[in-house]
Design a binder for this molecule. Structure first.
Ligand SMILES: [Zn+2]
Length: 81
């Protein structure tokens, strides 16, 4: 799994981790695909950490655990940069 276009149809999430603080945020892969393009690889995605004001975040795809309905996640909305 390398691109947003591969992850989006499977309803996957993308975890974005700030390398400065190791704080993670979550995106829906299809949201990111709409904004950044389906051909974008996870490695090429750039995110600005809202707290550190630096672009030093790593993005990795992961499968949403649908069984855990009680677990709430904050899902970020993508913005074009
Ligand atoms: Zn940060």
């Amino acid at each position: 799994m390398k691109t947003l276009g591969q992850a989006a149809p499977q309803g996957m999430l993308v975890r974005v981790m700030c390398r400065q603080r190791e704080k993670a945020g979550f995106f829906v892969a299809s949201d990111l695909a709409n904004v950044n393009g389906h051909g974008r690889s996870f490695e090429s995605l750039k995110f600005r950490c809202k707290e550190c004001e630096v672009v030093d975040c790593g993005a990795v795809p992961f499968e949403d655990d649908r069984d855990r309905v009680n677990k709430k996640r904050i899902v970020w909305r993508p913005v074009s940069m």
